[in-house]
Design a protein around this ligand. Structure first.
Ligand SMILES: NC(=O)C1=CN([C@@H]2O[C@H](COP(=O)(O)OP(=O)(O)OC[C@H]3O[C@@H](n4cnc5c(N)ncnc54)[C@H](OP(=O)(O)O)[C@@H]3O)[C@@H](O)[C@H]2O)C=CC1
Ligand SMILES: CC(=O)N[C@@H](CCC(=O)OP(=O)(O)O)C(=O)O
Length: 353
């Protein structure tokens, strides 16, 4: 089957009833070259997809299929997007991998390769290794590895933090000791989150001051891509809003580094990246990344601000789109050899306020 000379790819979504799976379905419905032929849910089996999802419930004709159980996965798919809870994909990896050209995974399973860290954070990845191999893939910075069956996207707070630090480390502008703090909306915890509205509403609180599994992931990603070791201190906080992540990173410039060097590093890193917007002037109506202008889009906003040797770099993203479903589609686009932006530019960009 082909559209405009490009072959349409068959895709599946596992965990479609969840926040990231539902967002992926919403975005893939509009994708010109990907056709969703299977969506799994263990609790919604048999329900019509287009009546279940808010994003398609208003359309007059339900043209999607029905939820099926994961066990019903059969046939061959160019991409199987896994939006299963952490620890579930590994338990089914052999069954899933035999039906996929590539598994595009948004959970943390298989992201790390350090045995001790896997034991601590992702034990199921240890007990059920991905036979066809796995590859950590940041759409803006990683090379494609066609040999690895499982393509792992970064965690949502991890990728936002990486956007704040990658240019500085690539240009060797900062000392290795860095402090990053992440603020995230409630949808980051998934539909299964047990947090009560009364606990979260009108509140802003730390929820992991130390020990978040994204810290070793960020250090690993920067080491693997840049061969730069970072001593990262990482704390995360909960915001009273449903979508959005804002990460603020604090670093110390090396003696030789200047504000111009920082601006050049960020401009150079992101000028050709369609979904990372770098604020390099104060001409706009606002000069700092913020959640309101990225929530609902696949854009990351990034900024870097220098005072003396102190560098503050900031990134904001929508955790469900650029932090999960959107970056997963970017990866599939790149693996398909089609435009990275395919299916990801939304008609209502830039709504304000
Ligand atoms: N939320 C976010 O912002 C981000 C989340 N992630 C990661 O992506 C993954 C999914 O997150 P999210 O969508 O928020 O999670 P949700 O809890 O919202 O969704 C998980 C989905 O998996 C299904 N599921 C649950 N248990 C099983 C099981 N044992 N077997 C098969 N299916 C199961 C659930 O529905 P049903 O029971 O009907 O099958 C649900 O559809 C997680 O690993 C998360 O850490 C990554 C980036 C961002
Ligand atoms: C608010 C909230 O709970 N966020 C999740 C991060 C979501 C995510 O990115 O998890 P993965 O690492 O599995 O991809 C957390 O802090 O664990």
């Amino acid at each position: 089957m082909s559209v405009n000379g490009s072959s349409v790819k068959r895709v599946a979504i596992l965990g479609g009833n969840g926040f990231t799976g539902g967002e992926l379905y919403r975005l893939l419905k509009r994708h010109p070259y990907f056709k969703v032929d299977f969506v799994s849910s263990e609790s919604k089996e048999g329900l019509p997809l287009d009546k279940f999802f808010v994003s398609s419930a208003r359309q007059k004709r339900a043209d999607g299929g029905k939820f099926q159980k994961l066990a019903a996965l059969d046939g061959h798919y160019d991409f199987i997007f896994s939006c299963l809870p952490t620890g579930v994909l590994p338990r089914h990896i052999d069954h899933i991998a035999e039906h996929a050209e590539y598994v595009i995974n948004v959970s943390g399973d298989y992201r790390l390769n350090d045995q001790e860290l896997l034991r601590q954070h992702y034990p199921e990845s240890l007990s059920h290794p991905a036979q066809g191999g796995s590859h950590y893939f940041i759409p803006e910075f990683s090379d494609i590895n066609l040999e690895a069956k499982v393509v792992n996207l970064p965690g949502c707070m991890a990728v936002a933090t990486i956007y704040t630090l990658f240019p500085l480390l690539a240009a060797n502008l900062i000392e290795p000791r860095v402090i990053s703090d992440a603020k995230t909306g409630s949808s980051g915890g998934g539909k299964a989150s047990t947090e009560h509205h009364a606990e979260r509403a009108h509140n802003f609180r730390p929820y992991k001051v130390h020990g978040h599994r994204h810290r070793p992931e960020i250090e690993f990603a920067l080491q693997e891509h840049l061969e730069r070791s970072v001593e990262l201190q990482f704390s995360v906080h909960s915001l009273d809003l449903p979508r959005g992540i804002l990460v603020t990173s604090y670093s110390l410039l090396k003696e030789h580094a200047s504000e111009i060097d920082v601006k050049k590093a960020f401009y150079g890193a992101y000028a050709a990246k369609p979904f990372v917007h770098y604020f390099n002037s104060k001409n706009g109506s606002y000069s700092y990344p913020m959640i309101k202008t990225t929530a609902g889009t696949n854009y990351a906003e990034v900024g870097a601000y220098v005072e003396g040797r102190n560098c503050v770099s900031i990134a904001s993203i929508d955790n469900l789109i650029k932090g999960a479903a959107g970056q997963a589609i970017q990866a599939a686009n790149l693996y398909s050899g089609i435009a990275e932006e395919a299916g990801l530019q939304f008609e209502l960009e830039g709504a304000w306020p």
